[in-house]
Write a protein that binds this ligand. Structure first.
Ligand SMILES: [Ca+2]
Length: 255
């Protein structure tokens, strides 16, 4: 009892100290769920995509194939899954010729979503990672019409980055990538997660979800301190500096 009270007080103090009360309050209106509905084992699937890395025979390279985006496998530190490096396109993206993919969810149902999380880390050098992107949704067909719900910038840091937006109906989600961090060869991305908005039915469920969201915010704060980055990078793209120019470069020799 006393210990539980202490935890509550400590959490409350941390929230106040970090000035994130406004964040938690805004989450009261709509709370992102805790289940990643894009994950393949949760019924998520890729229904279309622009390109994926091909070998000399024109065949997809398993370690870089598009399904790696939703397989739940990640590169953490020096631990690299042998069969999943992330997704790599076969071309470099540009605003006029973006790289993209479209996700659907279990049973092709329309979902009310409000959060996308992106893990930029792949086995590629960071100048191949996603930089500018657009999250678009369609509630009808895989051909659209598409409505943009978020235009963002993914930092080239080894942290999973969260992008929130007002709840929107989504049958198909399209991620459009218009730039990387300097490569003229391809763009790569480690993982994408999508979260539904949960309507409050049970007070305890709501509290648990809000605490889970609070933990996410604490991790975000930790990472922003650790990497000296803005708390919500998508809101401050101008703060990011460009890496050294990488006009041309070759693929790593291990492919
Ligand atoms: Ca993955």
């Amino acid at each position: 009892m006393f210990r539980g009270l202490t935890v509550v007080i400590v959490v409350g103090s941390i929230v106040s100290a970090l000035g994130m009360v406004a964040t938690v309050s805004s989450a009261d209106q709509f709370t992102a769920g805790a289940t990643n509905i894009a994950l393949a084992t949760n019924g998520g699937r890729v229904v279309a995509f622009s390109s994926q890395e091909l070998d000399a025979n024109g065949q997809p390279v398993d370690q870089w194939q598009i399904g790696n985006l939703i397989d739940g496998k990640r590169i953490v530190g020096s631990a690299i899954p042998a069969d999943s490096y992330g997704w790599s396109s076969n071309n470099a993206p540009s605003p006029t010729e973006p790289e993209w993919f479209i996700l659907a969810f279990k049973d092709d149902r329309t979902r009310l979503i409000s959060r996308v999380r992106l893990d930029p880390v792949t086995e590629d050098a960071s100048w191949r990672w996603v930089k500018n992107f657009s999250i678009q949704v369609s509630s009808t067909t895989t051909d659209g019409p598409w409505v943009e719900v978020k235009s963002g910038l993914l930092l080239d840091k080894p942290i999973v980055q969260t992008f929130d937006f007002p709840p929107v109906e989504c049958r198909y989600l399209k991620l459009v990538v218009t730039s990387n961090w300097g490569s003229d060869r391809s763009v790569s991305l480690g993982e994408i997660e999508v979260y539904e908005t949960i309507a409050g039915s049970d007070t305890l469920d709501q509290l648990i979800l809000q605490l889970e969201n609070l933990l996410q915010d604490l991790k975000r704060y930790r990472d922003s301190v650790r990497y000296n980055q803005p708390l919500r990078p998508e809101l401050a793209p101008a703060a990011v500096t460009e890496p050294a120019a990488m006009a041309t470069e070759d693929k790593p020799a291990n492919e």
